[in-house]
Design a protein around this ligand. Structure first.
Ligand code: NDP
Length: 283
């Protein structure tokens, strides 16, 4: 299976590239395909001999997006739309990653793929516009919504907690946002499993994939402290005591049952994936 991946340096993109022993993966970085230029992205697909295309690149600076919504929308919506149309023209499947931030965060029920969306911040709006553009292209596609991504690369919550633990004995962490931490490696495995099935004619659509069990950021921080042996204690605080430019949804729970039913992909235990990431970081 020949796979074109948009993104080289990101958390999920790096994990996809690591799996190139099993799959013929070509990763396109910013130099080859800048997502702020959708036509370049479409041309890269049109000129490729790919069996399937995965978009692992995105504008992911959630707070900065409040001031740069036009740029975020170009990268998160216009470029994926152009990629999806180019894939449809070649009759090859397109896999795109989206986010729980397309939901409003109210209540405590897990979001289903068909739950109505209502993003609360600019990043979420740009990602929802991307989903709509991919669907409108009319080709075979999977939109995989995930949440709380962590890995041994890039910027993420695990690395932030480990860094803070070097200088602090106690941390205060938000405990009223509930979701599923998800390892980038698990997302890469899920994407490649989905890609194989899409190449063989699976139907596709919109799906959810996140780690289990559900946790608050404070729970996540406590597990990082326990597994790393840092000894840092974690005190929970409400979101209202940790103001950020972009509103974060309180409820990020996702119902991933359709992903298990249609693709045979079950929710990974994020605590086991965390142990793997800590090993990679030599912690
Ligand atoms: P990262 O923030 O780790 O990486 C983003 C990637 O996008 C980088 O490779 C970056 O390249 C690339 N990129 C950004 N702007 C451009 C551009 N203009 N042209 C080309 N490449 C660009 O992302 P993740 O791996 O964490 O996220 C993967 C997907 O998962 C995204 O779709 C994201 O929206 C989604 N997601 C992420 C969550 C998270 O917690 N991180 C939660 C839910 C969903 P460069 O290094 O050159 O900037």
């Amino acid at each position: 299976m020949r796979v074109i991946v948009f993104g080289q340096t990101g958390q999920v993109a790096r994990e996809l590239a690591k799996r190139s022993a099993q799959f013929d993966i070509t990763a396109l970085g910013r130099a080859e395909a800048d997502l702020s230029d959708p036509a370049v992205c479409a041309k890269a697909v049109a000129e490729s001999n790919a069996d399937v295309v995965i978009n692992a690149a995105a504008y992911t600076a959630v707070d900065k997006a409040e001031d740069e919504e036009a740029l975020a929308t170009s990268i998160n919506a216009e470029a994926p739309g152009a990629m999806a149309r180019a894939c449809a023209a070649k009759a090859i499947p397109f896999l795109h990653i989206s986010t729980d931030y397309v939901f409003d965060g109210q209540g405590e029920n897990p979001w289903r793929p068909d739950t109505p969306t209502a993003p609360q911040n600019a990043y979420g709006r740009s990602k929802l516009a991307g989903e709509n553009a991919v669907r409108a292209a009319g080709g075979a596609h999977v939109i995989l919504r995930t949440s709380w991504v962590f890995s041994s690369h890039g910027n993420n919550f695990v690395k932030t907690m480990l860094r803070l633990a070097q200088t602090r004995d106690q941390l205060t962490v938000v405990d009223d946002q509930i979701g599923g931490p998800t390892a980038a490696g698990d997302i890469a495995d899920a994407l490649l499993k989905i890609a194989s099935q899409m190449v063989q004619g699976a139907q596709g659509g919109t799906y959810h994939f996140s780690g289990a069990p559900e946790a608050s950021w404070a729970d996540f921080a406590r597990e990082i402290s326990a597994q790393s042996g840092s000894g840092t204690t974690v005190a929970g605080i409400p979101t209202r005591d940790y103001p950020t430019p972009a509103i974060r949804p309180l409820n990020s729970r996702m119902d991933c049952s359709a992903t298990a039913r249609d693709f045979g992909i079950t929710q990974p235990d994020w605590r086991q994936s965390l142990a793997q990431v800590l090993r990679e970081l030599n912690v």
